[in-house]
Design a protein around this ligand. Structure first.
Ligand code: GLU
Length: 305
């Protein structure tokens, strides 16, 4: 499937409203913003709120406020994924010849690999209740050239097996919704956290089956804690302090391998971002997960600490 160099750049930041933004998600937002702006493109925000059980009240507004305070101003109205269920349903119908109902639960996955062995591929067992819809994954390796991580290749059938695209409780799965929403909003470039690198071959399978052109991908390194765990909204990582946006932006740029000149230290967010857009170098972004860059941690006490 061809890439989309012939189309005007459109990027997106797609936070789940499961908590306030933390340093790792700010890094992702900054990278996708800069990559879009440096290409003269649009930058959209999509709130991924399909999993209602994980949603935290107020998180959506808090995320948008944090982006605004950091000068990360999006184009168009934010897309709220839960309002797009009719679009998802229509694309689910289009995929019907490649899907099947499944009665299995997590217990039916291969315990050592987590692969789904295809138990319901040939039809539901007598009297069994359908719990989910799975896509029939074709055999063969899918390769994606990531702009930061290099080539990622996976035989999705051999590794993951037929995967769930609609869950038992109703909404479509993340993999499916992301592919459909990216396609319908004309996204040419996906810049997101490296934890989603392993999802990319699955999304690529869906794009192939649906005849959707594959966007370009760039997976930015994860910010991890001392134990090597990804900072995440659920793990109660420190939320970004909206009252010190310049310090957080400088730390995010530093983490992304973009060296802010000394005379810009402490500059307003708009100035920092203007500089960073003009000097954006994706080839300077490191590949590997790292601790949050310490450079600006020692900046001295802030009134809010
Ligand atoms: N909603 C996902 C997250 O917050 C990001 C999905 C994506 O960028 O494709 O990790």
């Amino acid at each position: 499937m061809s890439l989309l160099p012939h189309r005007r750049y459109r990027g997106r930041f797609a936070p789940s409203p499961t908590g306030a933004l933390h340093f790792g998600s700010l890094v992702t937002a900054v990278a996708s913003y800069l990559d879009a702006r440096a290409a003269g493109g649009d930058w959209l925000v999509r709130i991924e709120d399909l999993d209602r059980s994980r949603e935290v009240a107020g998180a959506r507004d808090a995320i948008l406020t944090t982006l605004e305070r950091h000068g990360l101003l999006w184009d168009e109205r934010p897309i709220v994924q839960s309002t797009r269920t009719q679009h998802h349903a229509r694309w689910l119908d289009r995929l019907a010849t490649h899907t099947y109902a499944c009665a299995c639960s997590r217990r039916d996955l291969d315990p050592s690999t987590g692969r789904y062995p295809g138990t319901c591929r040939g039809g539901l067992p007598e009297g069994a209740q359908a719990r989910a819809i799975r896509v029939r994954v074709p055999a063969g390796t899918v390769a994606v050239d990531d702009r930061i991580q290099g080539r990622v290749a996976q035989d999705v059938q051999a590794t993951v097996g037929d995967f769930v695209i609609r869950r038992a409780d109703g909404p479509v799965a993340y993999q499916f919704a992301a592919v459909i929403d990216d396609a319908e909003t004309g996204i040419t470039d996906v810049v997101r956290g490296a934890d989603l690198l392993e999802s990319t071959p699955r999304q690529s399978v869906l794009q192939q089956l649906l005849g959707i052109e594959r966007p370009r991908y760039a997976h930015v390194p994860l910010a991890v804690d001392e134990a090597g765990r990804k900072l995440s909204k659920q793990s109660q990582s420190m939320p970004i302090d909206d009252t010190r946006p310049s310090a957080s932006l400088e730390a995010a740029l530093h983490f992304l391998g973009q060296t802010v000149p000394a005379d810009l230290r402490g500059a307003r967010p708009a100035e920092l971002l203007a500089w960073a857009t003009g000097h954006w170098r994706i080839d300077a972004v490191p590949r590997a997960s790292r601790l949050r860059a310490p450079a600006h941690e020692a900046d001295g006490p802030s009134v809010n600490r």
